[in-house]
Design a protein around this ligand. Structure first.
Ligand code: G3I
Ligand code: 9MR
Ligand code: ZN
Length: 511
C-alpha cells in the first residue's frame, strides 16, 4: 500500500493537481509510465498537521504539468498508484454512478446480469398508526428505489436524491438524457405514497425489520408496512413534485396537483411532531424533529412553479435555511427561488448571502485541511455524502458568485472520494486501484462481489455500535474510522442519496 495520496483515476490537464505525501517526503517526481521517464518534479510544501486524520503530511502540487498520459508519483521509495492526465480522466464513472439507480429498482423483474432478480415487494402494504397497530387500510405502493443496502423505501431520502439528479440534469453543460427516465421511476412511486384523503404522505414503506445480509430483494417477503404520514415527508414530497413539474411538462398537472395537496396538508398541520419509528418497526427512521426547512423548500418550489403570492408571503415570513442532506433541505429552496421564481430582490439578496456564507465557511475549512476538504473532524455516518454535498454547495454558490476557488475546492472533494484521502481508498466500487470492495449492500453480499459504481458511506468517527468499527477503529482519528467490510453498516453501506450528490458533481463539472 502506497502512502502517496492521489486521485486514483486522474486529473484533467488544466485543472489543479495535488497529492498528499508523508511528512518524510520533501520532494517528489512525476514519472511517465510508458517510458519510465521523470517528466516533472518539485519540492513538497512544508509539513502540516491534519486534524481529521491525525497525521502530519505535505502537499505536492503538479498543476503546471498538463501533458496527457499515464503517470505515477514518486517520493523517495514511495510510489503512487497509476493515474492519468486526460480530458476524460474518469471514463465510465459518471455513467456507472447513474446506473446504480436502475439497479436499485423495486417491484419489477430486474434484468441486469448477475444483479437480476424477480419482482420484489409487490404486496399491498398495511398502514400503521403511531403505536404500530394496523389501521386496517392497505395500499399499493410498489415501485421506487431500494434506499440503500437495505430494501426499505423512504420518502425523505428519496426527495433528496430526486432533487439532486434533476438539478444535475438542469445544470450540467452536457446533461445525460436518460436522467429524466431514471428519476421518473422514483416519482411514480412517490405519487403512490400520498394519502388520497388528506394529501399527507406516508413517511416510508418497508418490512418491520431488516432482512439478513445475504438476501436478494425477492427473498424479503415479510409483511410490508406503511408508517404514518409525517410533516418532513409531506413537505419534501410537495417540494419534489413542484420541482419535477418543470422537467416533465406532459405530467405537470398530476405533479402540481399532488404538490398542492401535500402543501395544503402542511398548512393544516403547522405543529406536526417529528417522525419516529412506531414500536416494532426497526428499519431506517430518517427522524427529524424540525420540518421548517422542508416546508421552506416546498414553499420555494411551489412559488417558483405557480407564482402564487400567498406562498410568496409564507416564504417572506419564513426563516432562511440551508442544507442539501436529508435532514436539512433549505438550499434546494434557495436555488428554486433564485433560479426560477419572479421573486423579491431584497429577499433574493439575502438568500444569495446565506448560500455564499455556507460556501465561504466550506472554503475556509477546506484551506485548513491538507486533503483540501471541508469536514474538519466531523466524520459522521454517511460522511462521504457530506463530502459530496459540500462540493455541491460550493458549485451552487458559484452560480451566483463567480469564484474559481469554489470549483477547484469542489473538485478536491471529488479527488478525496477517489483516493486522495488518509486511507488511500477509492470510495466508489469498481474504480481506482484500491476500490471499496465489500459494501454493506445485500445484492453484493449475495453475489459475493461488489456491484460497481456505488459510493460508500465512508469514515464514521461515531462508531455507532458497529461491531466491525468497534473492533478495528476504536480510538482512531475520524478520517480513519472506516472498514471496507460488508458487516460495517455504519461506514460501508451505500445509498441512493450518497450516489446522487456524486452524480451531481460529475455532471456539473462535465466529468
Ligand atoms: O443529528 C444528530 C446531531 O445532533 C448529533 O450531534 C450527532 C452526534 O452523533 O448525531 C446526529 O444524529 C445522527 C443522524 O444520523 C443524523 O446525522 C446519528 O447520530 C446517526 O446515527 C444517524 O445515522 C443515520 C443512520 O441511518 C442510522 O439511523 C444516517 O444519517 C442515515 O444516513 C442512515 O440511513 C440508513 C437508513 O436508516 C436505512 N437505510 C440505509 C441508510 C444508510 O445507512
Ligand atoms: O443492515 C442494516 C442497514 O441496511 C441499515 O442501514 C442499518 C441502519 O441502522 O441497520 C442495518 O441492520 C443492522 C441493525 O441495525 C442492527 N443489527 C444488525 C443489522 C445488520 O447489520
Ligand atoms: Zn423491492
Amino acid at each position: 500500500m502506497t502512502t502517496i495520496r492521489a486521485d486514483q483515476l486522474g486529473y484533467r490537464p488544466d485543472d489543479p493537481k495535488q497529492s498528499v505525501l508523508p511528512q518524510t517526503a520533501s520532494a517528489f517526481e512525476l514519472i511517465r509510465i510508458s517510458d519510465d521517464t521523470v517528466v516533472f518534479g518539485g519540492n513538497a510544501d512544508k509539513p502540516v498537521f491534519c486534524e481529521g486524520s491525525g497525521e502530519t503530511v505535505r502537499i505536492a502540487g503538479f498543476s503546471d504539468f498538463t501533458q496527457p498520459g499515464e503517470y505515477r508519483l514518486q517520493a523517495g521509495k514511495e510510489v503512487s498508484y497509476p493515474f492519468i492526465i486526460s480530458n476524460n480522466p474518469y471514463g465510465s464513472l459518471r455513467k456507472t454512478v447513474l446506473d446504480f439507480f436502475r439497479l436499485q429498482q423495486c417491484g419489477i423483474n430486474l434484468d441486469a446480469g448477475v444483479w437480476s432478480h424477480p419482482a420484489c415487494h409487490t404486496d399491498l402494504a398495511a398502514v400503521l398508526d403511531s403505536s404500530g397497530s394496523k389501521t386496517g387500510v392497505v395500499k399499493d405502493v410498489s415501485g421506487g428505489w431500494h434506499d440503500a443496502g437495505d430494501y426499505g423505501r423512504y420518502i425523505v431520502p428519496a426527495a433528496q436524491t430526486a432533487a439532486q439528479l434533476l438539478l444535475a440534469y438542469e445544470l450540467a453543460p452536457r446533461p445525460d438524457p436518460d436522467v429524466l427516465d431514471v428519476v421518473w421511476f422514483e416519482l411514480e412511486w412517490m405519487l403512490k405514497m400520498q394519502d388520497e384523503a388528506s394529501g399527507g404522505v406516508y413517511h416510508k414503506v418497508s418490512c418491520r425489520d431488516f432482512p439478513p445480509l445475504d438476501h436478494m430483494p425477492e427473498r424479503e417477503d415479510g409483511e410490508l408496512v406503511l408508517c404514518p404520514v409525517s410533516a418532513t415527508a409531506t413537505a419534501d414530497f410537495a417540494a419534489t413534485m413542484a420541482l419535477a413539474s418543470r422537467f416533465y411538462p406532459g405530467r405537470r398537472k398530476v405533479l402540481m396537483e399532488a404538490a398542492s395537496r401535500a402543501w395544503q396538508w402542511c398548512l393544516k398541520h403547522p405543529d406536526a411532531p417529528g417522525f419516529c419509528n412506531p414500536p416494532g418497526v426497526k428499519t431506517g427512521e430518517y427522524g427529524d424533529e424540525k420540518s421548517q426547512d422542508e416546508r421552506f423548500w416546498a414553499a420555494c418550489a411551489l412559488f417558483a412553479a405557480t407564482g402564487d403570492e400567498t406562498i410568496h408571503d409564507y416564504i417572506k415570513k419564513a426563516q432562511l435555511s440551508t442544507g442539501l442532506g436529508w435532514k436539512k433541505m433549505g438550499t434546494y429552496g434557495l436555488v428554486s427561488y433564485l433560479c426560477h421564481a419572479r421573486g423579491d430582490a431584497g429577499l433574493a439578496g439575502r438568500m444569495k448571502e446565506a448560500l455564499s456564507a455556507d460556501a465561504q465557511k466550506l472554503l475556509k475549512q477546506s484551506k485548513a485541511d491538507p486533503y483540501g476538504i471541508s469536514l474538519g473532524t466531523e466524520y459522521r455516518w454517511g460522511s462521504n455524502m457530506t463530502v459530496a454535498n459540500n462540493a455541491m454547495t460550493l458549485l451552487l454558490a458559484g452560480l451566483f458568485d463567480q469564484n474559481a476557488e469554489y470549483r477547484h475546492t469542489a473538485l478536491e472533494h471529488m479527488h478525496y472520494l477517489l483516493g486522495k484521502n488518509a486511507l488511500g481508498k477509492c470510495y466508489i466500487s469498481g474504480f481506482g486501484s484500491n476500490p471499496m470492495q465489500n459494501p454493506h449492500h445485500r445484492p453484493s453480499v449475495a453475489a459475493g462481489k461488489a456491484q460497481p459504481g456505488m459510493v460508500s458511506g465512508g469514515p464514521n468517527g461515531g462508531i455507532h455500535g458497529d461491531a466491525i468499527l468497534q473492533k478495528n477503529c476504536q480510538g482512531l482519528p475520524p478520517m480513519m474510522c472506516y472498514a471496507d467490510h460488508a458487516g460495517s453498516c455504519a461506514s460501508n453501506e451505500v445509498a441512493v442519496y450518497w450516489n446522487s450528490p456524486v452524480y451531481f458533481i460529475l455532471a456539473f463539472l462535465d466529468l
